[in-house]
Design a protein around this ligand. Structure first.
Ligand SMILES: NC(=O)c1ccc[n+]([C@@H]2O[C@H](COP(=O)([O-])OP(=O)(O)OC[C@H]3O[C@@H](n4cnc5c(N)ncnc54)[C@H](OP(=O)(O)O)[C@@H]3O)[C@@H](O)[C@H]2O)c1
Length: 429
């Protein structure tokens, strides 16, 4: 007779209902791998009536009382799939205090309170796993923590928000406007009715906080991530980037320089030859540069019931093995390094600038002087159509520091006849 490992599920929504489905579909394999039967015993829901059919289908006892799960000594793992900070944080904390292992996919909670929850899990010698919190179905956290443990990661570039990647693909490939692309993403169920967290880069920033902790061992706060989303990105910039041989992608970047890191989320120009340029629609990818492996990319679905629930179940299998081997209570990622942030004058990149200038003689010279004074040089300059009064000028700089770029931007903004429309980082090939 196999040992039974009973799960208490919090939330029976998109991912929550996928978990019992995967556990049942792959029961035999899971039994062979863990030596246990992993079953969802109870689910905490807001309203029993609306979830009764799911409860019956998967033979799960439904409850609206959290104590029914937290106080049940037979439940050894709590799987939190409700989302948002509260009451998820309180319930996870209580579960850990009661000695239960926890699996969650809640990136908001982990980015904002991960350190506290990891410490609580340690104190109570419990496991806390959250593979599904970054890039849904891509096993990226376990890959960094285990497979790249012997490597020195120097750069992490991620397309980690499917909604914005879908929108950008539609803008680039089908010349749809930002508004059209957003409406379509909402109709297809990729974007929430309030898309703020996606389009303003906040969701991607949560994931970069978690990825930075795994890749560099550093705990950074959301306020230490420079975040710019895609809201209002113009079709003109998208089209110009394409003409110049780039795709615009919302990139989460965490880069190491010496002992310090810089983490940001912003739309960037990705050369068409770069592997990230081919990641389209709702797909996610994480591109890693490291001293041992070199360049590697992890690609797949960043969301969806089945891919995300599969990641959640992989965490359950890990815990089941830990229980069997009596090795529970170790951190998902035990790499720790003092948190050091790179100064702006040590962050280097090429940059794209689009600006409106009077269509008169001497304007290029004025722009060249501004750039020269800040020690920034032109890699490419393109003048686009003019309405007779103003011309649109696109500049791609040679590699320069973020500080120098800020000086140029400030000077352009001070030049009343110039209007700086957009600046974006340009990735190397
Ligand atoms: N969907 C994805 O593809 C995906 C991918 C990666 C990570 N995640 C993460 O996985 C988690 C779950 O996402 P989801 O897409 O499955 O969300 P969802 O479909 O909205 O499901 C959440 C479920 O939790 C229930 N719930 C929320 N607050 C509750 C409360 N206070 N008390 C009782 N029940 C509550 C909701 O009940 P009602 O139905 O009554 O509102 C709903 O059934 C989130 O942290 C999300 O960020 C999701």
């Amino acid at each position: 007779m196999e040992e039974k490992l009973k799960i208490g599920l919090l939330g029976l929504g998109v991912v929550g209902s996928g978990v019992p489905e995967i556990l049942i579909a792959h029961q035999e394999k899971i039994r062979q791998v863990t030596g246990m039967d992993i079953v969802v015993d109870k689910a905490f829901v807001r309203e029993i009536e609306t979830k009764q059919a799911l409860g019956d289908a998967f033979n799960i006892q439904l409850t609206t009382s959290i104590e029914d799960i937290l106080d049940d000594p037979e439940i050894s793992i709590v799987v939190e799939l409700m989302g948002a900070i509260e009451p998820a944080k309180t319930y996870i904390s209580q579960a850990l205090e009661k000695g239960k292992h926890v699996v969650t996919a809640n990136k908001d909670l982990l980015a904002l309170h991960g350190g506290e929850l990891v410490a609580l899990a340690q104190k109570n010698k419990c496991d806390l796993y959250y593979e599904a919190s970054v890039a849904g179905g891509i096993p990226i956290l376990r890959t960094i923590a285990n497979s790249l443990a012997a490597d020195d990661i120097t750069n992490v570039l991620g397309i980690v928000n499917g909604t914005t990647n879908y929108m950008l693909t539609q803008m680039v490939s089908h010349s749809k406007s930002y508004e059209e692309a957003l409406r379509e993403a909402q109709e297809l169920g990729f974007a929430e009715s309030d898309p703020t967290n996606d389009v303003d880069g906040i969701d991607a920033a949560y994931k970069m906080v978690i990825l930075s902790q795994f890749a560099f061992g550093m705990n950074i706060g959301m306020e230490q991530v420079a975040v710019k989303g895609i809201r209002g990105l113009s079709l003109e910039d998208v089209a110009t980037a394409k003409q110049l041989g780039y795709e615009i992608k919302l990139i989460g970047a965490a880069k190491k320089a010496g002992n310090s890191i810089h983490v940001e989320v912003s739309p960037m120009l990705v050369p068409v030859k770069h592997p990230l340029a081919s990641v389209s629609n709702e797909f996610n990818a994480v591109f890693i540069e490291s001293s041992g492996v070199g360049e590697s990319m992890y690609y797949g679905p960043g969301a969806g019931a089945k891919p995300t629930a599969t990641s959640v179940v992989s965490d359950l299998i890990t815990i089941a093995k830990n229980i069997r081997l009596k090795t529970t209570g170790h951190m998902f990622n035990s790499y720790r390094h003092e948190t050091l942030l790179t100064e702006d004058n040590e962050i280097f990149s090429k940059y794209y600038l689009s600006l409106e200038v009077p269509d008169e003689r001497g304007q290029f010279l004025k722009l060249a002087e501004i750039m020269n004074q800040a020690d920034v040089s032109f890699d490419q300059v393109v003048q686009q159509k003019s309405d007779g009064k103003t011309a649109r000028v696109i500049v791609i700089t040679h590699t320069t520091s973020k500080k120098n770029l800020e000086t140029v931007s400030k000077k352009i903004n001070e030049t009343t006849s110039f209007s700086l429309e957009n600046t974006m980082k340009v990735l190397g090939e």
